[in-house]
Design a protein around this ligand. Structure first.
Ligand code: PLP
Length: 376
């Protein structure tokens, strides 16, 4: 990314623009367009709403955690009427509950189902393929809008196969980039909705973007240096192979859970089918403050663990194993946690790290290219 900024109306940029716009399709697993904004993920949330829906539309959302709650708040600000299925932040979106709501909605007043794929606040991954099946079983025409902000590039995701209409994502998680790029992958049905919906918009307008994108260009100044990084991130992910990338994160997640159980601590996610390959949230024993523990780890080992957000503040800490993470990086992180638990006087059993190592040894690690990079 530390390269000269080039003329974004010139042929060199056009090659870059074409390469990243095309490469994103492979990552989202779509034959349709992917729009890239200079924005954070929140901007892409807004783009999904304003391009497809109209003020007063009913939408169905599920309270999976902090980020689903924030997206709901945004939907309300845009004048959408949100039916929010309550949740306890320990499980993903329940396909049966979504189906029941859609079956109830005989007049098809619900215009969109909006789900966060990987709840970064809880370490729970919702089963989007099963949500799609629930929508089909209800024979409901609502659009499916999915936030893959923390899952894209780390967890299995299939925009076309799962019939997703808008997939929202951004650069700073599985794509291993700094913040600053927001994405929306768009189905034909979402594009058709954008032709008639009534939300006001300008900066986020898909039509304005898609016209110049067809030739590799952008309607306004693109984040050129981040696009250089995106090109490299796509190359790295596709070189390793998405299936192998996803298997690596599953392996790292399994080892992390083994460590947590070894310490005698509790994993926040209650549904094994929804364990996140991206991060693991760990409940603190009663009477112990997670933020105090995180401070001890930061002060002693210069390692930042994820904080509990909103109602989970002080109650959990989060271990990230997304993006450019490999076996050795994970083992260092788990060691920092185990040493931190001892240093902070948090009751636990020793040996979680050793158990995690055994878990990794039992799995095939030979296909971990990033491990080879670290070792060379
Ligand atoms: N959705 C999820 C699942 C997230 O994890 C985040 C940020 O961490 C957001 C939305 C908001 O994205 P941003 O902070 O890039 O605006």
């Amino acid at each position: 990314m530390d390269k000269q900024v080039i003329d974004h109306r010139g042929p060199e940029f056009q090659r870059l623009g074409r390469a990243v716009l095309e490469g994103c399709r492979a990552l989202f697993k779509t034959a349709g367009p992917v729009v890239i904004y200079p924005s954070s993920g929140t901007g892409a949330w807004e783009a999904a709403i304003v391009n497809t829906l109209s003020p007063g539309d009913r939408v169905l959302m599920v309270e999976t955690g902090h980020f689903a709650t924030l997206w709901r708040k945004m939907a309300g600000r845009w004048g959408l009427e949100v039916d929010f299925i309550p949740g306890d932040w320990r499980r993903g979106a329940d396909p049966a509950a979504v189906e029941a709501k859609l079956v109830e909605d005989r007049s098809h007043a619900i215009k969109a189902v909006m789900i966060v794929h990987n709840e970064t606040s809880t370490g729970v991954t919702s089963r989007i393929g099963e949500i799609r099946k629930a929508m089909d079983a209800a024979a409901h025409p609502a659009l499916l809008l999915v936030d893959t902000i923390s899952s894209l590039g780390s967890a299995d995701y299939r925009h076309d196969e799962w019939g997703v209409d808008v997939t929202v994502s951004c650069s700073q998680k599985g794509l291993m980039l700094p913040p600053g790029l927001g994405f929306t992958a768009i189905s034909d049905k979402a594009l058709a909705a954008s032709k008639t919906n009534k939300m006001p918009r300008s900066y986020w307008d898909w039509d304005d973007m898609l016209k110049p994108n067809a030739n590799g260009f952008f309607p306004y100044t693109p984040a050129t240096n981040l696009l250089y990084g995106l090109q490299e991130a796509l190359t790295m992910l596709l070189e390793e192979g998405l299936d192998r990338v996803f298997a690596r994160h599953q392996r790292l997640a399994a080892a992390t859970r083994t460590a947590v159980r070894g310490w005698g601590l509790e994993i926040l996610c209650e549904e094994p089918a929804e364990y996140s390959p991206v991060l693991t949230a760990v409940l603190m024993p009663p009477g112990h403050d997670a933020d105090q523990f995180r401070k001890v780890v930061l002060d002693n080992f210069n390692m930042s663990l994820g904080a509990g957000l909103a109602k989970l503040a002080g109650k959990i800490f989060r271990i990230g194993h997304l993006g450019e993470c490999n076996e050795l990086v994970l083992m260092a992180a788990l060691t920092g946690v185990e040493m931190g638990l001892a240093a902070a006087g948090v009751p636990h059993r020793a040996g979680g790290v050793t158990a995690a190592m055994r878990e990794l040894e039992a799995r095939d690690m030979t296909n971990s290219p990033s491990l080879r990079v670290v070792a060379s």
